[in-house]
Design a binder for this molecule. Structure first.
Ligand code: FAD
Length: 264
């Protein structure tokens, strides 16, 4: 199966590929966060344990090194091994695998996304997630759900009620009080077509799936610096990775690594 660079990026989520030739990087503003000080989220306390992952030590040459072990990095590792089974793929996570936003979000899943030009991409993403959960038999409480638009004033409630979309349902203040225990709102509109998920269970499922297809996962292994060249060089506290491709999946931490820094 062939995979273009563009479809690889789409398949892998919202990360960034730094291929050889991309400008070299130095430690970013604020420096990479290395102390393992993250509390577990409530979601994590109710999820199965993450598969154990060692620290990265020594020197290794790999086809693909992924920096960051949340949904994006782990999904990238999974799909890279699916599309390029012959590649050696490793994930370097600075803290615990999945311990960032991926295990501490609200668990709302939708096919809505603002600010992208490809209008069908969010639906493809949702379909891909559903297929992934099914194929890997991930027990993550994935289920249909609806969202509520809560209205705080009587006039907003009247407007919303008289302009109801066909699929939407009006919820009176009385029904709302019964279901959410608050009498603060003047009503709500319920929109179907969403899904919910237990986020920490989902990220454990991502890690297990990535391991199952042959990716190697490392935690407590921050990438301290990425230097590009024909082969990129990633330093960690106890080792060095030489990689033909690097995928940056560090979410909001990315500027600390030297990418996407805003000029002051
Ligand atoms: C409060 C909250 C609620 C949210 N609710 C929703 C929601 O309902 N629905 C929804 O779709 N999205 C929601 N989101 C967003 C969603 O959680 C994120 O989009 C998603 O988790 C991003 O996954 P990620 O893998 O890109 O990032 P992360 O899960 O943050 O993973 C990035 C990883 O990179 C690691 N890292 C950073 N620097 C380095 C380094 N130098 N070396 C190695 N590793 C490094 C971090 O430790 C982290 O584990 C919410 C987010 C928050 C914060």
């Amino acid at each position: 199966m062939t995979l273009s660079r563009r479809s690889f990026l789409l398949a892998s989520g919202a990360g960034v590929i730094a291929a050889p030739g991309v400008a070299g990087l130095v430690a970013g503003r604020g420096g990479v966060e290395t102390a393992n000080v993250r509390e577990h989220s409530l979601w994590t306390s109710e999820a199965p344990p993450m598969p154990p992952a060692p620290r990265f030590e020594g020197e290794r040459k790999v086809d693909l090194a992924i920096i960051g072990g949340g949904y994006t990095g782990l999904a990238c590792a999974y799909y890279a091994k699916i599309f390029r089974p012959e590649w050696s793929v490793i994930v370097l996570e600075s803290h615990g695998l999945g311990s960032g936003a991926s295990s501490r979000n609200s668990g709302a899943v939708s096919a809505e996304y603002v600010g992208i030009s490809d209008a069908e991409m969010p639906q493809r993403g949702l379909d891909r997630l559903r297929r992934f959960i099914e194929a890997e038999q991930i027990d993550c409480d994935f289920a249909p759900a609806s969202t509520l638009k809560l209205l705080t004033s009587k006039s907003a409630a009247e407007d919303a009620r008289s302009d109801l979309a066909p699929a939407a349902r009006w919820i009176s203040p009385e029904e709302l009080r019964e279901s959410i225990g608050s009498g603060y709102y003047a009503g709500a509109v319920e929109f179907p077509g969403y899904f919910r998920v237990q986020p920490a269970k989902l990220v454990v499922g991502h890690a297990r799936a990535a391991l199952r297809v042959g990716a190697e996962l490392f935690e407590d292994s921050p990438a301290l610096c990425v230097e590009s060249g024909r082969t990129a060089e990633i330093s960690t506290p106890q080792g060095k990775v030489l990689a033909d491709h690097v995928f940056i999946a560090t979410n909001a931490h990315t500027p600390r690594l030297g990418f996407f820094q805003r000029s002051m």
